[in-house]
Each structure stands twice: as C-alpha cells, then as structure tokens.
Write a protein that binds this ligand. Structure first.
Ligand SMILES: [Zn+2]
Length: 269
C-alpha cells in the first residue's frame, strides 16, 4: 500500500512498511504492548504531531517503533491511499495486469512441443481440454480405472484393454471414424497409431488455414469419441461411426462459419 491519508491501510496487517507486515515482526502481543488494536488503520494511530503509541519499555517494541518512525511516507490527507501491485522482486506499480500477475505466480516450464496442437486461435476450449488430457494420458480410460479395481474393456469393440492409444485410433470403430472425418487433410493416409498421428500433427508442414482445420478436426474427433464412449457407458443409444462423423463435420463447419462471420478475426496461427 502507498500511504496518503491512511484511511484504508491497516497498521498491523497490510504491507506498507518495507519490512513487511508489522504483525509478523511484533506478534499478536505487540497489539497490546503498543495499545494499537489489530484492525486499527494508520489514520487511527497517527495525528498531526506524529505516531501515537502507548509508552513502552519493551526492547523489541522500541525497535519496531523506531522502524516505523524512521520510515518516510508521502503523507497527504487529501489523497486516498493507493493499492500497489508487485511488478517484480523489488518494484511495485499502480496498475494491475492479470497477465503479468499470472506469469508471476505460475510455475514456469519449457513449452511442450505438442502445445501448438492444443492451443490455437479458433480452438474450442472444451475440445482442447479433453485433447490435452488425452495427450498427457490422463483420461480415465479402462486401463487407468483398473488401479481403482474397475475392469472396463473398450465399449466400441470389446477389446479387453481400453487404453488411450486404443481409443485414438487403434479401435476399429474410432479408426473408421477418423478416416472418414480427416479425409485427405493430413497429406497422407490416416495412421491408427496415436504417437505417429501426434508426431505428424506437430512436425508436418501444413499451410496456415489447413493447420487450423486439421487441428480443429483432430480435437473435435477426440472430444466426440470420448463423449460417445461416456454416453454409451451411461446406456445412451449408440451412434454409428458415420452418424458421429456427420456430427463432427457439422460441428467443425459451424465453428468455422460462426468464427469467421461473427468475430471477423485476423487469421493467425
Ligand atoms: Zn475398441
């Protein structure tokens, strides 16, 4: 806090002194020793002549009083106190930026090579999220559920081991679907192998618009397969792969047309 009239800054618990929160220096007992309540504002403790602390002989408290009295503040009773935001380790500023704050508090790591397959303009967040889980192999497939004592085979073809790699796209049902929706977009025949598919999406030199489309088709397919798999588990009516292909096709088309006509974005990858 930048103190001016002191009406919005708590003496003990706000950070306004370079040493940090005073309550952490003095401890709860300090409030009694100095005669300043825990919720007191700076304007309650100061008057025209300076700080108004209770007389106190305690050495630690004398040190604290000295710290407070020697700290220079740009006091101005006509100005409101200002909240400051941390800019870096030593500097504070008056403007709050969500982006800067996020970068300050998050743990930074190197970018994954697959991140561009997940995050791109025109992407649909819920499709990106499920695809992100799939890439990290964090979807609760039968293989992962086994550690919870649940045995669950592939609901599409009966394969006893339902793994991520089986679902995308080694399973006959999902591979048929993948072939149908992706067509010639990959620039080569679709591969049932998950790692090959992902590697191709990361490294193949697609054109700009082509790359947007291929990622959108990929993510929509992963999402729809996962949804169909869950729907079937909840005993909903199964959809044939050609019907699901039509739904994916329509979803992708809708996404492209609504984005182009309503948002008028600049095309950038
Ligand atoms: Zn299967």
């Amino acid at each position: 806090m930048e103190v001016h009239n002191g009406q919005n800054v708590r003496f003990w618990t706000d950070i306004w002194h370079p040493q940090g929160r005073l309550i952490e220096i003095a401890g709860e007992i300090g409030t009694l020793k100095l005669g300043v309540t825990r919720t007191a504002l700076i304007c309650d403790v100061r008057n025209e002549t300076g700080w108004a602390f209770r007389r106190c002989r305690d050495g630690q408290m004398r040190e604290l009083i000295n710290l407070v009295e020697t700290h220079r503040m740009e006091e101005n009773t006509h100005l409101q106190d200002v909240v400051l935001w941390r800019k870096n380790e030593t500097e504070f500023c008056k403007h709050f930026s969500t982006a800067k704050t996020w970068h300050r508090i998050r743990t930074h790591g190197p970018s994954k090579e697959w991140s561009k397959v997940i995050w791109f303009m025109f992407g649909v967040p819920r499709f990106a999220f499920i695809t992100w889980l799939a890439i990290r192999n964090m979807l609760s497939t039968g293989e992962r559920m086994r550690s919870w004592g649940q045995v669950q085979g592939c609901i599409f073809c009966g394969e006893p081991n339902e793994t991520r790699d089986h679902l995308f796209f080694a399973c006959p049902y999902t591979y048929t679907l993948w072939i149908e929706v992706v067509g010639t977009l990959l620039g080569r025949p679709p591969d049932p192998d998950w790692k090959n598919t992902l590697q191709h999406l990361i490294t193949h030199g697609f054109g700009e618009l082509e790359y947007i489309l291929v990622r959108l088709v990929f993510q929509t397919t992963v999402y729809m397969i996962w949804r169909e798999r869950n729907d079937r588990r909840h005993l909903k009516k199964p959809r044939q792969s050609n019907l699901l292909a039509k739904i994916i096709d329509k979803t992708v088309k809708n996404r492209i047309t609504t984005t182009v006509y309503t948002k008028k974005p600049r095309l950038r990858v």
